[in-house]
Every structure is written in structure tokens, then in C-alpha cells.
Design a protein around this ligand. Structure first.
Ligand code: ZN
Length: 123
């Protein structure tokens, strides 16, 4: 790897690590880390009160947190995957088809480990 590439990867790594930290701090606001599974968080059910409307609020609140938790965890996993790729020297290469990932995509989403085609197909 030449010096230019090395500097580029270093920058990407920094970006990924910063993103990872911010996601973890977002998760920790409402979820507890699962000690048994790496990078898994559990949303806490918060009791607001015992009235019927309060119960409904609790459930709605819990449901929305669960969905945020899911999205954040998925992003966290992507970031871990991308970080792994930077150390394996395969960063920017699609995990499925092995094609180069569009640099513009990587700029907008440094954690991308799949090319556009493969990520569309995965959905
Ligand atoms: Zn692909």
C-alpha cells in the first residue's frame, strides 16, 4: 500500500471510529448493553405511569425506541465490518461481488461494505 492510500485509509478509519462512538452514545441513552453478545443493546421498557393513556404512551415509546435501536445496531455492525475491511486491505471492495464500491457512495456512507447493486438486491 502506498503512502497516499495509507493516509486515505487512516482518515476513513478515524471517520468510522468517530461514527461508531456517536452511535454507541446514542444507544446508551435508552438501551443497556447486552454483556453476552457483542454490539447488542437492549432497550429498556420505561414506565411512565399506570393510567391507560400512560400505558399506551409507554408502549409507543418502547416500540419507537426498539426500531431506532435496530437501525443503530445495524449501522454499528456495518461500521465494524468496514473497519475490519480497512485492516484486511479490502476496504472499498464489495463483500458479495468483489467489485469496487463507487467512491461517491463511500464518501457519503463510509461504512458501506456492499456496492449499490448488491445492497439493493439484499433488501
Ligand atoms: Zn456487489
Amino acid at each position: 500500500m502506498n503512502a497516499k492510500n495509507y493516509a486515505k485509509i487512516k482518515k476513513i478509519k478515524e471517520k468510522l471510529v468517530a461514527k461508531k462512538k456517536s452511535i454507541i452514545s446514542q444507544l446508551q441513552k435508552f438501551a443497556k448493553k447486552n454483556k453476552n453478545i457483542k454490539d447488542d443493546y437492549r432497550t429498556e421498557f420505561q414506565k411512565i405511569g399506570d393510567h391507560q393513556d400512560e400505558n399506551a404512551d409507554e408502549v409507543a415509546d418502547y416500540a419507537s425506541k426498539l426500531s431506532i435501536e435496530h437501525d443503530l445496531e445495524e449501522e454499528l455492525q456495518n461500521i465494524e465490518g468496514a473497519l475490519k475491511k480497512t485492516s484486511e486491505n479490502t476496504y472499498g471492495i464489495c463483500s458479495i461481488c468483489g467489485e469496487k464500491i463507487n467512491p461517491k457512495r463511500l464518501e457519503a456512507m463510509p461504512e458501506a461494505t456492499l456496492c449499490v447493486k448488491c445492497s439493493e438486491r439484499k433488501k
